[in-house]
Write a protein that binds this ligand. Sequence first.
Ligand SMILES: [Zn+2]
Length: 116
Amino acid sequence: MTQDERLRSLLLAQQERTRIRVERLAADLDALTSARRGESDDDEHDPEGVTLSSQWSMLAGLLESARDEDRQTEEAMRRLDAGTYGVCVVCGRAIPLAQLEVRPFRDRCVACAERR
Ligand SMILES: [Zn+2]
């Protein structure tokens, strides 16, 4: 297996994991949305209601970041096709392979990512 093939399979595995996460979170969020809708509106101080809405915001945040990761993974696959994968988009230095293995959709080196 060449390094490109290896990276591509890492990206595909990443994409699959991310999509499963997106689906699960979307389903959880749906269930929670129906649960909230089912609550009576005349009891705004219901502690259960507060728990549900903070749970909802947390799930919505997780879903948003999972979708973002999915977009970044797709972007990374395009860069792999274009031959620009593994190069930091900010400083243009090569991103160490070990870092790509942890986060295959990474598009900037650690130094630039921390500066963001
Ligand atoms: Zn950089």
